[in-house]
Every structure is written in C-alpha cells, then in structure tokens.
Ligand binder design. Sequence first.
Ligand SMILES: [Mn+2]
Length: 339
Amino acid sequence: MIKAQIPQIKSLLSSPKNVVIVPHRNPDGDAMGSTLALMHYLKTYNHDVVVITPNDYPEFLKWLPGDQSVLKFDSQTEECKLLIDKADLLFTLDFNAFHRAGHELAPVLENSNSVKVMIDHHQEPDDYAAYTYSDVSMSSTCEMIYNFIDMLGDQDKIDETIATCLYVGIMTDTGSFRFKGTTSKTHEVIGCLIEKGANNSEIHNNIYDTNSINRLQLLGVALQNLKVIPELRTAYISLSQVELDAFNFKKGDTEGFVNYALSLKGIIFAAIFIESQQDEIIKISFRSKGDFSVNEFSRAHFNGGGHNNAAGGRSETDLQSTIDKFISILPQYKHELSQ
Ligand SMILES: [Mn+2]
C-alpha cells in the first residue's frame, strides 16, 4: 500500500468492524509480534479483533501481550471458521501467498468474502488482497506495522503494549539488528518503541534466555552433526527424529541452530535439515551472507522461499536423500559460492 490508499483504509476503519488477523503457519517472532500489535492497535478503535494462527508457536513467544486471546486454527477449527466467515476485514501479515497459511486454513481464507489487507516483506507477493503493503526492503513486518500506524496518523496510539509486540518482531527478524535489512530507519523505529515503553533488555531475556537443558544438549548434537564443504563455503547441520526425540524436542527448540553453521569463518551458505515424522517431511532452513540468494535456491530446488539471506524449504524424501540432493546441487553454484 501506497500512501494513496490510506484514506480508503481509514474510512474502512471508521466504524466498528469484525477483524481477523492471520500470520503464516509456524508463526515466528515477527508473525506474532505484528499480528498482536495490530490487534491491540485496532482494539483502540473498538473493532472486534481476533488473531488466528494456522497452528501453535514456540513457548518463548507465549509471554507476548495478548497471547492468551490467540486462537489456533488446527485445534479450534470450527470457532475459527465462524470468525473468518463473519469477518469484514482480513489482515494477512508476514506472508504473501495463501498456501503459507497451511493447506487447511488456506482455502478458508481464499473463500472468505472479507476485504483483505496484506502487509508483508517477502518476495513475489500474490495479488489476493484489496490493499497490499509489500516491501522486501523492510527488516520485518513489525517495522511495516509501525509505518502503517504512522501513515494512519496514529503514532500516539502506540503504547507500551504495542511497542513491546513490535520490538519483538523487529529484534527477531533482524537477528538482533545485525542482518542486512536493518537500516537506520529500523533503528529510529526501535528508538521510538523504547521511548513508548518497550523494555529492550527484558524483551531480549524473554526471547533468548529461555533455554532448557534439553535444547542446549540438542544444540550439542546439532553441532556434532555439522558438516563443512570449505571449497563451496557451505556448512550444514542435520537432525533426525530419533535425535529430536532423545531431547524431548519442542517447537522452537531448533530456532537459530542454522546460524551456528553460518557463523563459521569463511562460510557464506548454511542449511539445517530437520526430520519431521509427524509432517512426513524434512524441514529445511537456509541462510546466507552477501549476494547468494537462498530464496532463489530454495524456490528452485526445495519448494520454499523467503528472503535473499533467509529462506525455508521442504523435502518429501528421507533425511539422507535430501542431504544427498543438496550436496549434488551445490556444484551448480560453484561460481557464486566460491567468489
Ligand atoms: Mn518477517
């Protein structure tokens, strides 16, 4: 969205509406921060607002203001369907194609007669929304929600609660303000959020200092499994279901593991392959430094995508075959990876 559409959105929001806000499947800090921040903001205008996630999210996000009110589509399907059915407005945040909401929720969103608004920073947005605010240069959807509220002229409505939610998404999506998408504007927004009451060090503790001994020991296994292909400046990690089970794996436990591979000196491309017996797939996260686009790599070979330097992917074959495929593809990128 373009500033030109703001008056139309303003008039849409000028009388109380039923609003549903949805993030992508397996919501992360940016997805939960942005949806909850928008919920708190819209509630100040007396709209009926609910956040519906496709499925559950990690424990380390469950302290966010408003967390208790979030409905999960996979376990509260009928209630969610009713709410989506009577929604006047449907916000889809931090994703840009219905399938990213998962195959159960996607058709429900698609068939909804609501006015749809997309706010997102991923590449190649679909065109389902009446109002699309898509900007791949943004650090996070949370930074965009800040801009959205600002464009609506409501800076002063950003209170400690909204600021806290927005801070979480910007912090997590920028790897604590170090990824390429972090701009001086990002820091200005962060400065403003701290001014509005976001407690930066408390938020950091709540998100990052929540390790269980199981998670740290699983990290130990992941690091034991780390493999390096120095000539292609690539490193990767794998975790089997057996290894996950041995440490009582919980959603979110492997968050950030791939960054250890990327932190190796000289490495510009990293991947982690995680077996999921429940979903019958291998879940993959790709990370890169510099110009090597893991978004394109994942789109081309592993049914995924995301950003230039961070993308997800999946494979329907077993763990070893997936890794074999990965290794066999790499030489095609010899030129880009050895630069
Ligand atoms: Mn994001």
